[in-house]
Design a protein around this ligand. Structure first.
Ligand code: 5GP
Length: 205
């Protein structure tokens, strides 16, 4: 079985990333969404084992010490990390892996898996991002301000990514993501394993 392709999506909160990820997953059934570990509290309708594995700080730190994470980072005072088993799960299912992780995690993952494909999503302007954050009504004024500061920090790192997608219009952005995923899958280095038997068939004479 060929090795899973790893796709990383990062975006400041309010960029519309979750909607895009859901849209992409809906269309591309060969993607497995990587479920991260986190120490933050459950929100709204979230479920353990579906959105995240929600664990205590102690449990998370034990896993860091045991080097179980492919990458991990502290975001807004909570730990988040991708467990190494996610790659094995994807491989077993014959799927590619899609990770929604922050800029720090994306940099760590690129170090470990250099041919991972990274995509940065951003809102068309600061005003639009701010409006989206406020209209969600999820955060206090203080948190909105913190998210905007973090967004500025993250956006400065856009040049570490392979692709940068300005999210003007959801349907358009989803179709761009679908195209990126499809094109990356047929890059020569990823299809060598499929080519060899085809070539061998021709060389039999
Ligand atoms: P939220 O708490 O809103 O679900 O996520 C906050 C931030 O943490 C988002 O930017 C998200 O991409 C990031 N994040 C989620 N899971 C991981 C992970 O496993 N590793 C890293 N580095 N960041 C993550």
């Amino acid at each position: 079985m060929s090795k899973p392709c790893v796709f990383i999506i990062s975006a400041p909160s309010g960029s519309g990333k979750s909607t895009l990820v859901n849209g992409l997953m809906e269309i591309d059934k060969r993607l497995r969404f990587s479920i991260s570990y986190t120490t933050r509290q459950l929100r709204g309708k979230e479920k353990h084992g579906e959105n995240y594995y929600f664990v205590s700080r102690e449990a998370f730190e034990e896993r860091i010490a045991a080097r179980e994470f492919l990458e991990h980072a502290e975001v807004f005072g909570n730990y988040y990390g991708t467990h190494q088993s996610e790659i094995e799960f994807a491989e077993r299912e014959g799927k590619d892996l899609l990770l929604d992780i922050d800029v720090q995690g994306a940099a760590q993952l690129k170090e470990r898996i250099p041919d991972a494909v990274s995509i940065f999503v951003l809102a068309p302007s600061r005003e639009i991002l701010e409006r989206r954050l406020r209209s969600r009504g999820e955060d206090s004024e203080e948190v909105v301000r913190r998210r905007l500061l973090k967004a500025a920090d993250e956006i400065r790192n856009y040049n570490r990514y392979d692709y940068v997608l300005v999210n003007h219009e959801i349907a358009d952005s989803v179709s761009t993501l679908v195209s990126i995923v499809r094109a990356e899958r047929v890059k020569r280095i990823r299809v060598e394993d499929q080519i060899r038997p085809i070539l061998a068939g021709f060389e039999k004479g």
